[in-house]
Design a protein around this ligand. Structure first.
Ligand SMILES: C[S@@+](CC[C@H](N)C(=O)[O-])C[C@H]1O[C@@H](n2cnc3c(N)ncnc32)[C@H](O)[C@@H]1O
Length: 232
């Protein structure tokens, strides 16, 4: 099987959308995490350009579930990359929303030891992904959230830390990723609720994202994009 260097050399990341993929350093990190823990049953929401998928597959050397409804909008770049890297036999791809596929996998009684959440980054989208991931993950398995620089993701991180004692936060060296290990059963009673809030840094990053999306091409927008790349 190919390795990380082959991925770096051969993967196609078009300039216009390459910032949506995980960084190579993040792909290496996912790869290391999977190898060290000998994870074999992996899944991701938000398959995108296929960089995270390739990094995961080359570590597990097993079948990986990728979910993404929008490959057609991106000229199937992710699927083409996986094909180019010779990894297609290791991919089970679902061209649909994670909120449609995850409950199906649950009904089929599928389980996973590694789940990467990188699809819809709105709070509710990520929350639904986590909700199902928490039901699909095996004990001692990991759920990994990408883009913790985003305010929506920091709220989800805080929710899990404060409310889900069945998950242990695993500190790691990369700042844009949060790792949670499933350590026990979810024993909350029906009235359980602990409030969770975002940090002031995440308030600033959120305002920046809004500027990037709302503004016409302007000095402010360019500055916000530069700042985003520094903060990520
Ligand atoms: C940040 S990109 C993922 C990058 C990818 N992990 C990589 O390394 O190339 C986010 C992806 O999530 C997908 N997405 C958005 N909403 C989704 C949803 N509800 N379910 C699954 N994927 C979704 C988008 O089409 C996009 O490709």
């Amino acid at each position: 099987m190919i390795g990380l260097e082959d991925i770096k050399k051969n993967i196609d990341l078009p300039d216009s959308i390459k910032s949506s993929a995980v960084k190579f350093s993040e792909g290496e990190y996912l790869h290391k995490l999977i190898k060290e823990n000998k994870f074999k049953k992996t899944l991701e929401t938000g398959f995108g350009l296929g960089l995270s998928a390739a990094s995961i597959i080359t570590a597990s050397q097993s079948k990986h579930v990728g979910i993404d409804p929008f490959q057609v909008n991106y000229d199937s770049y992710g699927l083409k990359n996986i094909e180019k890297l010779g990894l297609t036999p290791y991919l089970e791809f679902h061209a649909d929303y994670s909120h449609a596929i995850l409950p199906k996998l649950l009904t089929e009684k599928r389980t996973f030891d590694f789940i990467f959440i990188d699809g819809d980054h709105k709070f509710d989208g990520q929350f639904v992904d986590f909700y199902y991931a928490a039901l699909l993950i095996e004990k001692n398995g990991f759920i990994v959230l990408h883009d913790t620089w985003m305010r929506s993701t920091t709220y989800l991180v805080n929710y899990i830390k404060k409310n889900r004692k069945d998950f242990q936060y695993v500190p790691q060296e990369l700042r844009n990723i949060a790792v949670f290990k499933k350590v026990g059963a979810d024993n909350r009673d029906w009235v359980h609720f602990e409030g969770f809030g975002g940090s002031s840094k995440s308030f600033i990053t959120h305002k920046m994202i809004q500027k990037i999306h709302e503004e016409e091409d302007s000095f402010l927008k360019k500055t916000a994009i530069k700042l985003k790349n520094i903060l990520k």
